[in-house]
Ligand binder design. Sequence first.
Ligand SMILES: *Cc1c(COP(=O)(O)O)cnc(C)c1O
Length: 383
Amino acid sequence: MRDAFGKFRTPYYYYDTQLLGETLAAIKSETDKHEGWHLHYAVKACANPKVLSQIQQAGFGADCVSGGEIRTCLKNGFPASEIVFAGVGKADWEIELALEAGIQCFNVESIPELEVIAEIAERMGKVANVSFRINPDVGAHTHAHITTGLAENKFGIAKEDMIRVIRVARQMSGIRFVGLHFHIGSQILQMDDFQALCFRVNELQDQLEAEGITDVKDINVGGGLGIDYQNPDGHPVPDFKAYFDTYAKYLKLRPGQHLHFELGRAVVGQCGSLITRCLYVKQTATKEFVIVDAGMTELLRPALYGAHHQIQNLSSTSPERTYDVVGPICESSDTFARDCQLPLTKRGDLIALRSAGAYGETMASQYNCRELPAAYTTEDLNL
Ligand SMILES: *Cc1c(COP(=O)(O)O)cnc(C)c1O
């Protein structure tokens, strides 16, 4: 084990392609039970080319939030017709790129955005498929920074404005209204939250029907299913059955309607680790620090959200001690864990930060003029 992980210069991301395969199979086995259900992997979770192409080959489409992500998906084999495009601030060049490629659908978040898409589509002689992202005003039991479905969040169109925007869209020649889109947040582990979304969607669908709007082809419920950061080996594959069963049980689709999902974290989160090395062990009056060669530049989540990642020393089985594990970056928030238990750790030990497959590599930066991290798979390490 140690020899395999010691083969490459640290820090680097390691993706367990076998676990990714098992995760994708677990998702498919649930969704294949239902006709008209579609999966769009949320690319912002992890855009590593090998990971992307494995997900594409498993039959997923893509959910993109930028022109760069659309380009990356097209380059890695996703057909444009399987790509949906969300985001509160789509730039003109991104809209042009998406129309040129012929993506499946824009998830539109405001009337000003709708007007710009209509104008660009008309100029290009195209028609843009549009779903409206409705803010369902449904809370989620997760970190405040990653709830997106409350009235106070910047995302989506107020549900009170839904009928009006659909009527506006139907007047526009560059626009084809196809459906409704929702996304309530991320790292959600309570199925009640998804159930609350189902009830809200049912309510909105009843309102539409009462207004004579019966041409809603697509319902897109976004993503947000969480993973077990405390115990990655106990729950390597998230509980997809509970998640999809919630929608099957509570969401009332109209005949012929298609249901779309945009999972990100739950697909890739447990499949990635950040592999780093202990540079120094430093004793101060009150603390013992393990200083590693990865920092917030490679894995931002602990600094950004106070997120927890399990830390494993791959080189030591000695009795445990209490350490703070910190990176080399010139910021006090560059801390991976405080007062955590690790086997006696020495310079040169290999350390894994687990559950780092989602929002890890994609959030890496070059702060302090550092290089972006490398990434290897199970095959690269001959594991
Ligand atoms: C981020 C995002 C997702 C994926 O969220 P996860 O929590 O990673 O599943 C899905 N849809 C939209 C619109 C997003 O912005």
